[in-house]
Design a protein around this ligand. Structure first.
Ligand code: BES
Ligand code: MN
Ligand code: MN
Length: 478
């Protein structure tokens, strides 16, 4: 008797879910057309010249959510770019899923390296995507991925199969460190009350090996400036007798790592989480092909901290990288100049228990100590962020795992990522909410690079998986 009703319930559920999946199949082309319109808006958050375009993208998202069936939509103005909010509350007693994503994108530079214009999306076939991939800035990071949630929501709304409440919070400043979202979530705790946050802004191992991201690295980002003489000097008249800030800066940078590629900043590793041998063995079981890894980015040899594998170096270990370096004369031909200043941008990716403010402080102290008396050094901190690890026994993770298993016919592997989404740690601290990192990108998507792309397979697989996630999560929370 009892099991009869449970079966009936499941049957009903499946029917409802089937309708949403059918709706997705019937509307595939329209979804893609809409995404193209979204991708055409150059919502580059880092460049003030694009402020109006960023706003246009926010309004586009708000409109699209409205047409999908969301209510109480608001384009929330901030001191920077707006945050789009929308919701559908069907029953206060049901669980609530908060969807977070970002509609801002990275700058397109170097623009000359794109095979097609970054804000004129096209579908092209590739080796990895014989069925086609969408080429445009933001195709994967994160317009394509956040849009999967908007369309999965529309499918559930229009087929009457939304199983729980949903809230959307889609920001326009992720690529610049989410300065105003950090304020927004502190002010809007009540409006953002939910049971879980779901984010699609990460990736999977490959199209036939799904994975769920269980960790993100933190970040400390600094800009340094080394100043020598008060003006550029003739390198013949002064060269050899006055410190050259570029030579000095290069020398200082080279001292930040030793021959084992360990970072030399005193105290840098003090709080680094020691990952157990068990977990490392578990990680090593995930499929990984070093030859393919090298071939994909055309390098002859991998490089990194002694004693760790490539995957470990890019996920559970902290790093230090120069992201940009400039100074002196870089125009056509030769100009004999001894520059007054040299600059560099340096990022440190952090792992659990490292504190970005503390690391910035340790860096600053050590870097200044490396400078000879012949120059002065300034260290300016940029945005930072705390690392995160997410549990694999929470309802959110289990629901994502079951949902992906349904859509991929394969159980996803938990895996820590090397990237950062700094706001995720604040979601937990401020809102007390865990996040599920259910992204669908691939390493080959070239996010932040020329020719960013997102496979049609990945795009549609995401839209298919999300309603399953809603269903599974609602069941688990009951
Ligand atoms: N979506 C990425 C982060 C990401 C990508 C995580 C792939 C895991 C896998 C996000 O938009 C991003 O680019 N974050 C920045 C940090 C931010 C402060 C600029 C990053 O990781 O560099
Ligand atoms: Mn992103
Ligand atoms: Mn990004």
């Amino acid at each position: 008797m009892h099991s009869f009703y449970i079966n009936l319930l499941l049957l009903q559920e499946n029917k409802v879910m089937k309708k949403a999946q059918e709706f997705i199949l019937e509307n595939k082309q329209r979804f893609l057309d809409e995404l193209f319109n979204f991708l055409k808006i150059p919502s580059i958050s880092a460049d003030p010249q694009y402020k109006d375009e960023v706003k246009k993208a926010a309004e586009w998202v708000a409109n699209n959510l409205k047409e999908a069936g969301a209510e109480n939509i608001e384009v929330c103005e901030t001191a920077g770019h707006p945050i789009v909010y929308g919701e559908k509350i069907i029953d206060k007693n049901l669980p609530t899923i908060l969807v977070y994503g970002h509609y801002d994108v990275q700058p397109a530079d170097p623009i000359e390296l794109w095979d097609s214009p970054p804000f004129e999306p096209v579908v092209k076939k590739t080796d990895i995507h014989p069925d086609g991939a969408i080429f445009a800035r933001g195709a994967c990071d994160d317009k394509g991925q956040v849009f999967m949630h908007m369309k999965a929501f529309e499918a559930m709304m229009k087929t009457n199969s939304l199983p729980c409440n949903v809230k959307f919070m889609i920001e326009g400043e992720e690529e610049v460190g989410s300065p105003n979202l950090a304020i927004f979530i502190k002010e809007e705790k009540a409006r953002l009350a939910a049971d879980i946050i779901v984010i699609s802004d990460t990736g999977i191992i490959s199209k036939d090996t799904p994975s769920i991201t269980t960790g993100l690295r933190g970040l400390s980002y600094v800009e340094v400036e080394v100043t020598g003489p008060n003006r550029d000097l003739h390198s013949g008249l002064y060269g050899g007798a006055v410190a050259n800030p570029i030579n000095i800066l290069s020398d200082m940078i080279s001292k930040l790592m030793d021959e084992d590629n360990k970072i030399t900043i005193p105290g840098f590793y003090d709080k680094v989480e020691v990952v157990s041998e068990e977990e490392r063995a578990e990680m090593a079981r995930a499929p990984y092909d070093e030859e393919a890894y090298k071939d994909a980015i055309k390098i002859n040899q991998v490089h990194g901290e002694k004693g760790y594998t490539t995957r470990e170096r890019a996920s559970i270990r902290p790093t230090l990288d120069v992201n940009g370096i400039w100074g002196g004369y870089i125009g056509e031909g030769a100009k004999t100049v001894l520059p007054s200043k040299a600059n560099a941008k340096i990022s440190m990716r952090l792992v659990p228990h490292q504190d970005p403010d503390e690391i910035t402080e340790l860096f600053s102290k050590y870097f200044k100590s490396l400078a000879p008396d012949s120059v002065t050094v300034k260290v300016n901190p940029h945005h930072g962020g705390y690392p995160v690890v997410t549990p694999i026994d929470s309802n959110g993770y289990i629901a994502a795992s079951k949902a992906m298993e349904k859509s991929f016919n394969k159980k996803p592997i938990p895996l820590r990522s090397g990237g950062s989404i700094p706001i995720v740690a604040l979601f937990e601290e401020v809102l007390g909410l865990k996040s599920v990192l259910m992204g669908f990108g691939l390493d080959s998507d070239a996010i932040h690079s020329p020719n960013e792309n997102y496979g049609l397979f990945n795009f549609y697989k995401g839209i298919e998986t999300i309603p399953y996630f809603f269903e599974e999560f609602t069941q688990l929370e009951k």
